[in-house]
Design a protein around this ligand. Structure first.
Ligand code: ATP
Length: 344
Protein backbone atom coordinates (compact mmCIF):
# COMPACT_ATOMS: atom_id res chain seq x y z
CA UNK A 1 0.00 0.00 0.00
CA UNK A 2 1.24 3.48 -0.87
CA UNK A 3 1.24 5.84 2.09
CA UNK A 4 1.19 9.59 2.22
CA UNK A 5 1.30 11.77 5.28
CA UNK A 6 0.86 15.54 5.03
CA UNK A 7 1.48 18.12 7.72
CA UNK A 8 0.90 15.65 10.54
CA UNK A 9 0.78 17.20 14.02
CA UNK A 10 0.03 15.85 17.46
CA UNK A 11 -0.35 18.03 20.47
CA UNK A 12 -0.67 16.76 24.05
CA UNK A 13 -1.76 19.82 26.01
CA UNK A 14 0.89 22.47 25.30
CA UNK A 15 3.38 19.90 24.13
CA UNK A 16 3.95 19.37 20.41
CA UNK A 17 4.87 15.66 20.20
CA UNK A 18 4.70 15.54 16.38
CA UNK A 19 5.31 18.74 14.48
CA UNK A 20 4.41 19.11 10.82
CA UNK A 21 5.65 15.77 9.52
CA UNK A 22 5.15 14.92 5.84
CA UNK A 23 6.38 11.92 3.88
CA UNK A 24 5.49 9.31 1.29
CA UNK A 25 6.21 5.60 1.36
CA UNK A 26 6.27 3.42 -1.73
CA UNK A 27 4.35 0.18 -1.74
CA UNK A 28 6.40 -2.75 -0.46
CA UNK A 29 9.09 -0.63 1.21
CA UNK A 30 10.43 -1.32 4.66
CA UNK A 31 10.88 1.93 6.61
CA UNK A 32 12.73 2.45 9.88
CA UNK A 33 11.56 5.30 12.13
CA UNK A 34 14.71 6.13 14.04
CA UNK A 35 15.45 8.69 16.70
CA UNK A 36 16.06 9.37 20.37
CA UNK A 37 13.55 8.55 23.06
CA UNK A 38 10.59 10.91 23.23
CA UNK A 39 11.12 12.17 19.67
CA UNK A 40 7.64 11.21 18.50
CA UNK A 41 8.17 7.89 16.67
CA UNK A 42 5.52 5.94 18.53
CA UNK A 43 3.05 8.81 18.23
CA UNK A 44 3.48 8.76 14.44
CA UNK A 45 2.98 5.00 14.37
CA UNK A 46 -0.12 5.23 16.56
CA UNK A 47 -1.66 7.90 14.33
CA UNK A 48 -1.04 5.74 11.25
CA UNK A 49 -2.72 2.88 13.10
CA UNK A 50 -5.71 4.98 14.12
CA UNK A 51 -5.00 4.47 17.83
CA UNK A 52 -4.40 8.19 18.24
CA UNK A 53 -6.04 10.95 16.20
CA UNK A 54 -3.89 13.70 14.67
CA UNK A 55 -4.30 17.28 15.91
CA UNK A 56 -4.01 18.21 12.24
CA UNK A 57 -2.75 16.83 8.96
CA UNK A 58 -3.79 14.08 6.57
CA UNK A 59 -3.07 10.37 6.49
CA UNK A 60 -3.67 8.92 3.06
CA UNK A 61 -3.57 5.19 2.31
CA UNK A 62 -3.64 4.25 -1.33
CA UNK A 63 -5.01 7.65 -2.35
CA UNK A 64 -7.77 7.65 0.28
CA UNK A 65 -7.83 9.83 3.40
CA UNK A 66 -8.18 7.51 6.39
CA UNK A 67 -8.09 9.99 9.30
CA UNK A 68 -11.61 9.05 10.31
CA UNK A 69 -11.36 5.28 9.78
CA UNK A 70 -11.17 3.15 12.94
CA UNK A 71 -8.06 0.95 13.32
CA UNK A 72 -9.79 -2.28 12.33
CA UNK A 73 -10.80 -0.81 8.99
CA UNK A 74 -7.34 0.42 8.01
CA UNK A 75 -5.93 -2.96 6.91
CA UNK A 76 -3.04 -2.84 9.36
CA UNK A 77 -1.08 -5.57 11.15
CA UNK A 78 0.85 -4.89 14.36
CA UNK A 79 3.88 -6.36 16.04
CA UNK A 80 4.92 -4.98 19.43
CA UNK A 81 8.11 -5.44 21.39
CA UNK A 82 6.49 -7.47 24.15
CA UNK A 83 4.95 -9.97 21.70
CA UNK A 84 1.45 -9.40 23.08
CA UNK A 85 0.58 -13.01 22.29
CA UNK A 86 -2.42 -14.59 23.95
CA UNK A 87 -0.75 -16.62 26.69
CA UNK A 88 -3.54 -19.16 27.07
CA UNK A 89 -3.64 -19.91 23.33
CA UNK A 90 -1.45 -22.21 21.24
CA UNK A 91 0.60 -20.95 18.32
CA UNK A 92 -2.13 -22.18 15.98
CA UNK A 93 -4.86 -20.29 17.84
CA UNK A 94 -2.76 -17.15 18.13
CA UNK A 95 -2.11 -17.07 14.40
CA UNK A 96 -5.71 -17.88 13.49
CA UNK A 97 -7.18 -15.27 15.85
CA UNK A 98 -7.61 -12.45 13.33
CA UNK A 99 -9.09 -14.80 10.76
CA UNK A 100 -11.70 -16.11 13.19
CA UNK A 101 -12.65 -12.56 14.05
CA UNK A 102 -13.18 -11.96 10.33
CA UNK A 103 -15.47 -15.01 10.21
CA UNK A 104 -13.39 -17.02 7.73
CA UNK A 105 -14.20 -20.71 7.16
CA UNK A 106 -12.36 -23.42 9.10
CA UNK A 107 -10.68 -24.79 5.97
CA UNK A 108 -9.56 -21.36 4.84
CA UNK A 109 -8.15 -20.65 8.30
CA UNK A 110 -6.32 -23.99 8.44
CA UNK A 111 -4.69 -23.44 5.06
CA UNK A 112 -3.66 -19.85 5.82
CA UNK A 113 -2.31 -20.64 9.29
CA UNK A 114 -0.31 -23.63 8.06
CA UNK A 115 1.23 -21.62 5.24
CA UNK A 116 2.21 -18.86 7.70
CA UNK A 117 3.57 -21.38 10.19
CA UNK A 118 5.70 -22.75 7.38
CA UNK A 119 6.74 -19.30 6.17
CA UNK A 120 7.84 -18.28 9.64
CA UNK A 121 9.73 -21.50 10.33
CA UNK A 122 7.38 -22.60 13.11
CA UNK A 123 6.28 -25.92 11.64
CA UNK A 124 5.94 -28.50 14.42
CA UNK A 125 5.30 -25.79 17.04
CA UNK A 126 1.62 -25.24 16.23
CA UNK A 127 0.41 -26.80 19.48
CA UNK A 128 2.85 -25.11 21.81
CA UNK A 129 1.91 -22.30 24.14
CA UNK A 130 3.89 -19.03 24.22
CA UNK A 131 5.72 -19.98 27.44
CA UNK A 132 7.08 -23.07 25.65
CA UNK A 133 8.82 -20.92 23.01
CA UNK A 134 12.01 -18.85 22.91
CA UNK A 135 11.82 -15.06 22.59
CA UNK A 136 12.74 -15.22 18.92
CA UNK A 137 10.10 -17.88 18.23
CA UNK A 138 7.47 -15.88 20.05
CA UNK A 139 8.28 -12.85 17.97
CA UNK A 140 7.88 -14.97 14.82
CA UNK A 141 4.44 -16.06 16.06
CA UNK A 142 3.56 -12.39 16.58
CA UNK A 143 4.69 -11.72 13.04
CA UNK A 144 2.65 -14.66 11.60
CA UNK A 145 -0.39 -13.53 13.58
CA UNK A 146 -0.09 -9.97 12.28
CA UNK A 147 0.18 -11.20 8.69
CA UNK A 148 -2.69 -13.70 8.85
CA UNK A 149 -5.53 -11.33 7.89
CA UNK A 150 -3.43 -10.10 4.91
CA UNK A 151 -2.93 -6.51 6.06
CA UNK A 152 -1.83 -3.85 3.59
CA UNK A 153 0.53 -2.24 6.07
CA UNK A 154 2.58 -3.75 8.86
CA UNK A 155 3.54 -1.60 11.85
CA UNK A 156 6.25 -2.82 14.20
CA UNK A 157 7.04 -0.99 17.44
CA UNK A 158 10.55 -1.83 18.64
CA UNK A 159 10.03 -5.42 17.45
CA UNK A 160 13.48 -6.62 18.51
CA UNK A 161 13.90 -4.73 21.77
CA UNK A 162 13.05 -7.62 24.08
CA UNK A 163 15.22 -10.19 22.28
CA UNK A 164 18.77 -11.34 23.24
CA UNK A 165 21.52 -9.60 21.28
CA UNK A 166 22.62 -12.69 19.35
CA UNK A 167 19.14 -13.79 18.31
CA UNK A 168 18.19 -10.21 17.56
CA UNK A 169 20.74 -10.08 14.74
CA UNK A 170 19.34 -13.30 13.24
CA UNK A 171 15.79 -12.14 13.66
CA UNK A 172 16.49 -8.83 11.92
CA UNK A 173 17.82 -10.58 8.82
CA UNK A 174 14.94 -13.01 8.95
CA UNK A 175 12.37 -10.23 9.21
CA UNK A 176 13.84 -8.24 6.35
CA UNK A 177 13.85 -11.31 4.15
CA UNK A 178 10.30 -12.22 5.15
CA UNK A 179 8.92 -8.75 4.51
CA UNK A 180 10.57 -8.73 1.09
CA UNK A 181 9.02 -12.08 0.26
CA UNK A 182 5.55 -11.08 1.38
CA UNK A 183 5.98 -7.67 -0.31
CA UNK A 184 4.08 -5.78 2.39
CA UNK A 185 4.68 -2.08 3.13
CA UNK A 186 6.14 -2.01 6.64
CA UNK A 187 7.22 0.59 9.18
CA UNK A 188 9.21 -0.22 12.28
CA UNK A 189 10.19 1.98 15.17
CA UNK A 190 13.64 1.72 16.67
CA UNK A 191 16.09 3.85 18.60
CA UNK A 192 18.95 1.58 17.52
CA UNK A 193 20.80 3.08 14.55
CA UNK A 194 22.57 -0.16 13.69
CA UNK A 195 19.25 -1.93 13.48
CA UNK A 196 17.74 0.74 11.23
CA UNK A 197 20.80 0.71 8.94
CA UNK A 198 20.76 -3.07 8.64
CA UNK A 199 17.08 -3.63 8.15
CA UNK A 200 15.43 -0.64 6.50
CA UNK A 201 15.15 0.23 2.81
CA UNK A 202 14.70 3.79 3.96
CA UNK A 203 15.20 5.51 7.29
CA UNK A 204 13.26 8.45 8.66
CA UNK A 205 15.13 10.29 11.39
CA UNK A 206 12.69 11.72 13.92
CA UNK A 207 13.83 14.22 16.52
CA UNK A 208 11.78 16.55 18.73
CA UNK A 209 8.64 15.84 16.76
CA UNK A 210 10.19 16.67 13.41
CA UNK A 211 11.27 14.57 10.46
CA UNK A 212 14.94 15.55 10.11
CA UNK A 213 15.73 13.44 7.05
CA UNK A 214 14.39 10.56 5.00
CA UNK A 215 16.51 8.42 2.73
CA UNK A 216 18.28 5.10 2.25
CA UNK A 217 20.68 4.19 5.07
CA UNK A 218 23.51 4.87 2.67
CA UNK A 219 22.26 8.35 1.69
CA UNK A 220 21.71 9.31 5.29
CA UNK A 221 25.15 8.15 6.31
CA UNK A 222 26.92 9.76 3.36
CA UNK A 223 24.91 12.97 3.08
CA UNK A 224 23.49 13.92 6.44
CA UNK A 225 21.49 17.12 5.98
CA UNK A 226 21.47 18.30 9.55
CA UNK A 227 24.00 18.20 12.31
CA UNK A 228 21.64 16.11 14.36
CA UNK A 229 21.45 13.42 11.67
CA UNK A 230 25.21 13.41 11.19
CA UNK A 231 25.93 12.91 14.85
CA UNK A 232 23.07 10.46 15.43
CA UNK A 233 24.06 8.09 12.62
CA UNK A 234 27.51 6.55 12.77
CA UNK A 235 30.41 7.43 15.05
CA UNK A 236 31.97 10.83 14.82
CA UNK A 237 33.92 13.62 16.48
CA UNK A 238 32.58 17.18 16.54
CA UNK A 239 35.31 19.77 16.07
CA UNK A 240 34.99 23.52 16.69
CA UNK A 241 37.26 25.78 14.62
CA UNK A 242 38.40 23.07 12.24
CA UNK A 243 40.49 25.73 10.44
CA UNK A 244 43.13 24.92 13.07
CA UNK A 245 43.73 21.56 11.40
CA UNK A 246 45.94 21.21 8.36
CA UNK A 247 44.03 20.89 5.14
CA UNK A 248 40.96 22.69 6.52
CA UNK A 249 42.29 26.26 6.77
CA UNK A 250 39.63 27.41 4.29
CA UNK A 251 36.94 26.84 6.93
CA UNK A 252 38.10 30.17 8.44
CA UNK A 253 35.90 31.77 5.74
CA UNK A 254 32.82 30.56 7.63
CA UNK A 255 33.26 31.62 11.25
CA UNK A 256 31.22 29.69 13.78
CA UNK A 257 31.06 26.61 11.59
CA UNK A 258 31.20 23.24 13.30
CA UNK A 259 32.74 20.18 11.73
CA UNK A 260 31.95 16.53 12.13
CA UNK A 261 34.54 13.91 11.28
CA UNK A 262 33.81 10.23 10.75
CA UNK A 263 36.38 7.62 11.86
CA UNK A 264 36.83 6.21 8.36
CA UNK A 265 38.08 9.57 7.09
CA UNK A 266 40.87 9.72 9.65
CA UNK A 267 44.12 7.95 8.87
CA UNK A 268 46.87 7.47 11.43
CA UNK A 269 50.32 5.91 11.22
CA UNK A 270 53.96 6.73 10.48
CA UNK A 271 54.66 9.84 8.43
CA UNK A 272 56.35 7.70 5.74
CA UNK A 273 53.04 5.90 5.11
CA UNK A 274 51.23 9.00 3.82
CA UNK A 275 50.83 10.01 0.21
CA UNK A 276 50.04 13.58 1.22
CA UNK A 277 52.58 14.25 3.98
CA UNK A 278 52.11 18.02 3.68
CA UNK A 279 48.52 17.80 4.91
CA UNK A 280 49.30 15.77 8.01
CA UNK A 281 49.70 16.75 11.66
CA UNK A 282 50.85 15.05 14.84
CA UNK A 283 48.73 13.44 17.51
CA UNK A 284 49.10 11.20 20.55
CA UNK A 285 47.36 7.87 21.04
CA UNK A 286 45.22 8.15 24.18
CA UNK A 287 43.20 4.95 24.33
CA UNK A 288 42.82 1.74 22.37
CA UNK A 289 39.68 -0.38 22.44
CA UNK A 290 39.82 -3.85 20.99
CA UNK A 291 36.78 -4.39 18.79
CA UNK A 292 37.40 -7.98 17.69
CA UNK A 293 38.01 -7.25 14.01
CA UNK A 294 39.93 -3.99 14.53
CA UNK A 295 41.08 -1.44 17.09
CA UNK A 296 39.18 1.69 17.92
CA UNK A 297 41.80 4.34 18.61
CA UNK A 298 41.39 7.68 20.38
CA UNK A 299 43.96 10.20 19.24
CA UNK A 300 44.52 13.52 20.98
CA UNK A 301 45.41 16.52 18.82
CA UNK A 302 45.63 19.63 21.01
CA UNK A 303 42.24 19.81 22.71
CA UNK A 304 40.58 17.64 20.05
CA UNK A 305 39.97 13.95 20.61
CA UNK A 306 39.56 12.09 17.32
CA UNK A 307 38.19 8.57 17.00
CA UNK A 308 39.35 6.24 14.27
CA UNK A 309 39.81 2.55 13.53
CA UNK A 310 42.96 0.61 12.81
CA UNK A 311 43.32 -2.75 11.14
CA UNK A 312 44.75 -5.64 13.18
CA UNK A 313 47.28 -6.22 10.40
CA UNK A 314 49.04 -2.92 11.02
CA UNK A 315 51.62 -2.34 13.76
CA UNK A 316 50.09 -2.44 17.22
CA UNK A 317 49.92 1.00 18.82
CA UNK A 318 50.30 1.79 22.52
CA UNK A 319 48.80 4.63 24.54
CA UNK A 320 51.30 7.49 24.45
CA UNK A 321 52.57 6.71 20.93
CA UNK A 322 53.08 9.71 18.68
CA UNK A 323 51.29 9.26 15.36
CA UNK A 324 50.86 11.21 12.17
CA UNK A 325 47.24 12.07 11.40
CA UNK A 326 45.55 12.85 8.11
CA UNK A 327 41.89 13.85 7.87
CA UNK A 328 40.48 13.21 4.43
CA UNK A 329 37.04 14.69 4.81
CA UNK A 330 34.83 16.61 7.22
CA UNK A 331 31.15 17.54 7.27
CA UNK A 332 30.69 21.22 7.93
CA UNK A 333 27.58 22.81 9.45
CA UNK A 334 26.40 26.29 10.18
CA UNK A 335 22.92 27.54 11.05
CA UNK A 336 21.61 27.27 7.51
CA UNK A 337 23.82 24.89 5.58
CA UNK A 338 25.74 21.64 5.56
CA UNK A 339 28.56 20.80 3.19
CA UNK A 340 31.50 18.46 2.77
CA UNK A 341 35.11 19.62 2.79
CA UNK A 342 37.75 17.33 1.29
CA UNK A 343 41.43 17.42 2.06
CA UNK A 344 43.17 16.94 -1.30
P1 ATP B 1 10.36 6.24 22.75
O1 ATP B 1 11.49 5.77 21.87
O2 ATP B 1 10.80 6.59 24.14
O3 ATP B 1 9.14 5.39 22.71
P2 ATP B 1 9.14 8.03 20.86
O4 ATP B 1 10.04 8.69 19.87
O5 ATP B 1 8.35 6.88 20.39
O6 ATP B 1 9.93 7.68 22.16
P3 ATP B 1 6.63 9.14 21.64
O7 ATP B 1 6.26 7.95 22.44
O8 ATP B 1 5.93 9.34 20.36
O9 ATP B 1 8.19 9.18 21.38
O10 ATP B 1 6.44 10.41 22.55
C1 ATP B 1 6.72 11.72 22.11
C2 ATP B 1 6.48 12.69 23.22
O11 ATP B 1 5.08 12.82 23.46
C3 ATP B 1 7.10 12.29 24.54
O12 ATP B 1 7.65 13.43 25.15
C4 ATP B 1 5.93 11.76 25.35
O13 ATP B 1 6.14 11.97 26.72
C5 ATP B 1 4.78 12.56 24.82
N1 ATP B 1 3.52 11.80 24.88
C6 ATP B 1 3.26 10.64 24.24
N2 ATP B 1 2.00 10.21 24.49
C7 ATP B 1 1.46 11.13 25.34
C8 ATP B 1 0.17 11.28 25.98
N3 ATP B 1 -0.80 10.39 25.79
N4 ATP B 1 0.00 12.35 26.76
C9 ATP B 1 0.96 13.25 26.95
N5 ATP B 1 2.19 13.20 26.38
C10 ATP B 1 2.43 12.14 25.59
Amino acid sequence: MHIEVRGLKKQFGDFQAVNDVSFEIEKGHLIGLLGPSGGGKTSILRMLAGLESPSSGDIIFHGKRVNDLPPQERGIGFVFQNYALFKHMTVYDNVSFGLKVKGQSKEFIRERVMSLVELTGLKGFEHRYPHQLSGGQRQRVAFARALAPEPQLLLLDEPFAAIDAKIRTELRTWLKDMIERVGITSIFVTHDQEEAIEVADEIMIINKGRLEQKGSPWEIYKNPQTQFVASFIGESTIVENIERLKGFEEAANWPGTQALIRPEYIEIGKLSEFRLPSATFQGTVKHLHFRGSEWMVEVQVGDIKLITYRSLEKDVLQPGDEVTVLIHRAYLFNDSDTWIMENR
